[in-house]
Structures are given as C-alpha cells and as structure tokens.
Design a protein around this ligand. Structure first.
Ligand code: ACO
Length: 320
C-alpha cells in the first residue's frame, strides 16, 4: 500500500503557479522578490474529483505567468516516473492558455519584453491608491472590456484558467458572446522611470433580459488573485461595478451567480455600508414590511433577497 502511495501526488499541491513580476535584475531588486508563488485551490476540473495524479515521485508542475500580460510557460519535474504515469500536459492542455510555451529561455525574453510593453486593454474606468506597505509605487486601475475590445479575447484566454483554479464550480464562458462585460483590475507600478502592469483580478458579468425593457446584471466570476486578496481590492472592484450599474438606466438589478461564503461576506459588507450611508436603516424597527424591502431593492438595484438580508443584519447590529 505504502509503496503504491509514493506514486500518488495531490494535484493541487503539485501545481505551482508563479507570477513573474519583473525580469530578474530589471529593477535592481533581489530576483526572488519578483516571483510570487502559490498553489491553486481547486484542480478537480482538470485531474478529477480525487485531485490525484498517478505515476510520479516528487512531482512538481510549474505554470509561470508574466504578471501583466499573462504570457505563460509550462514545465514539470519529478524524481521518477512509471511508464503508465498519467499524461499531465494532455490532462491540463484544455484548461491552459492556448499559447502557453515550454521553452523557458523564450519565456524569460517575453517577460522582459512585456514588463516594458504590456498595457491593459479596454476603457479605463477609474483608479485608486492604497496606503499599505510595499504599495508606495502602485496605482490600481480599473478597466472595462468585452470580447469586442481589441486584444481582450486573447487576454481572456490566458486569464480564464485562474477562474478554474480559484472559483469552485467555475467553467469557461462563451468568448464569442459580445454581451459579456468584464471589469479588469491592474496594478500600475512606477519604478526607476519604468511603468509596468500586474493583473490583480477581474469580474465577468452578463446582462439578462428584465421585462419589459431593462437588464438584470449577473456577476458570474469574481476573482482577486491570491497575492492581492484581503487588502480591500475585492471591495473596490465590487463598488466600481455597483456604481456603474446604479448609473446605467437600463440596469434594473444586480445579481450574483452562486456566491461563495467569502464573496457573500464581501457583498454584505459593501451593501451594508452603502445602505447605511444612504440612511436606509434609520429608525429601524422589526417587523420590516414587504413593501419597504421592495422599495429599497428597486431604489438601490439590489435583489429583494439581498435587501432582506441587509435589513436582518441591520436589526442584529442594533441588538448590540
Ligand atoms: N473569508 C471570509 N471573508 C472574506 C475573505 C475570506 N477569505 N476574504 C474577504 N472576505 C470578506 C470579508 O468580509 C472582508 O471584510 P474584512 O476584511 O473587513 O473582514 C470583505 O470580504 C472585503 O475584503 P477584501 O479585502 O475587499 O476582499 P478580497 O479582495 O480578498 O476579495 C474574494 C474577496 C473575491 C472572495 C477574493 O478573496 C477571491 O477572489 N477569492 C478566490 C475566488 C473566489 O472565491 N471568488 C468568489 C467566488 S463567487 C463568484 O465568483 C460570484
């Protein structure tokens, strides 16, 4: 049994994602600081429910990405391999960027080029700065794109594997449907007279028909990459979408497809903040009338269910 076990690898632990932030030595920093490594959270869509790979000893699968352009490179290493070992690239290929390469020298050259040349695509919607340590040279920029936006379809083909690796139940979206809207968040770093971009996160949204002449915007995939999580970027992205929906006449309501617990927390926190600032919870007393929930939902373009949830949270908050 144990002899067999050593040939079994947990696929989530074996896959090593590396964001190459800048070419080694390009900004005078230590090379190590320019590469951020992390594992995926989910690999079952690729390797099956058990998330196991058979036939290798000490297997490591490296997926390297230029941190802005997401140009990518595949490599793997192991101590030993059985002739019947799983075919890893074959299993992964449909989930990886179609233009992924396996030549590391070529990848390094691309990283160096893209570090200087890569620029975000789409329409710039806004920007903000944060005061956290290490972000002194950074500005965060939001862009809006769809599949008609020049360079975006190719970029999305590189980006979408992150949804598979980090959002449970995610699948690829139809990238020929120009109705999809995508908001991208980039970090612009200005160092030594050079500006470079890193991808921070993104969100895909789809407009569903809302009778008779409006749309219900449904957030489908919402992702902040691991190095940027829990620093407020998810909230910024969410607020930018929400503000946009509020300003658009044709948008009647914002909904979310299968939110997980973390996203529900983010949504509650931001909706509560917004509704509190608007005075919705002033002089609150249970029970809340259905008509009041409907009126707040309509005014603030939230679902009735989400508004009811916010009222409940506000009532609980008042108990303190
Ligand atoms: N656990 C619980 N709550 C969380 C977590 C977490 N890991 N991360 C964020 N939150 C909630 C908290 O309420 C937090 O407020 P707090 O910091 O005061 O506690 C609030 O979200 C805002 O935090 P941000 O820093 O703005 O959130 P972040 O930038 O990390 O974005 C997100 C959150 C989107 C869940 C991000 O961590 C992520 O992309 N995770 C992996 C992918 C994912 O789960 N996406 C959502 C799937 S559902 C969908 O796509 C519709």
């Amino acid at each position: 049994m144990n002899a067999l076990k050593q040939w079994v690898t947990n696929s989530t632990e074996a896959v090593n994602i590396r964001l190459v932030k800048a070419p080694p030595g390009s900004n005078g920093d230590d090379e190590e600081e320019d590469i951020i490594e992390f594992n995926p959270v989910f690999t079952y869509p690729v390797f099956g429910e058990q998330e196991q790979i058979f036939g290798y000893k000490d297997l490591i699968i490296n997926l390297e990405f230029a941190s802005g352009s997401l140009a990518s490179c595949f490599s793997m290493g192991y101590k030993d391999k059985k002739p019947t070992a799983d075919k890893i690239y074959t299993a992964m290929k449909d989930y990886l960027p179609p233009d992924i390469i396996d030549n590391h020298d070529q990848f390094t050259q691309i990283v160096q080029r893209d570090y200087k040349e890569f620029k975000p695509m789409g329409t710039k919607i806004g920007e903000y700065r944060v005061s956290s340590e290490g972000a002194e040279n950074s500005t965060f920029e939001l862009y809006q794109a769809n599949f008609d936006t020049p360079r975006f379809q190719e970029y999305h083909k590189r980006l979408q594997c992150f949804a598979i690796f980090f959002i449970e139940g995610a699948s690829f979206i139809e990238d020929t449907d120009e109705k999809w809207e995508v908001r991208l968040l980039f970090e612009r770093v200005s160092e030594n007279g050079q500006e470079s971009y890193n991808i921070v996160g993104y969100c895909t949204m789809y407009p569903y028909f809302y009778y008779p002449d409006q749309v219900r915007m449904r957030i489908s995939q919402f992702l902040i990459l691991p190095p940027y999580q829990q620093q407020g970027h998810g909230s910024r992205l969410y607020q930018s979408l929400y503000n946009d929906f509020c300003s658009r006449k044709e948008v009647r309501e914002m909904t979310v497809e299968d939110p997980n617990e973390e996203f529900s927390d983010l949504r509650d926190k931001n909706d509560m903040k917004h509704l509190t600032a608007k005075g919705v919870f002033k002089d609150l007393q249970a029970p809340i009338k259905k008509a009041r929930i409907e009126q707040v939902a309509q005014t603030y373009k939230l679902t009735k269910r989400q508004v009811a949830r916010c009222f409940e949270l506000a009532l609980l908050r008042n108990l303190d």
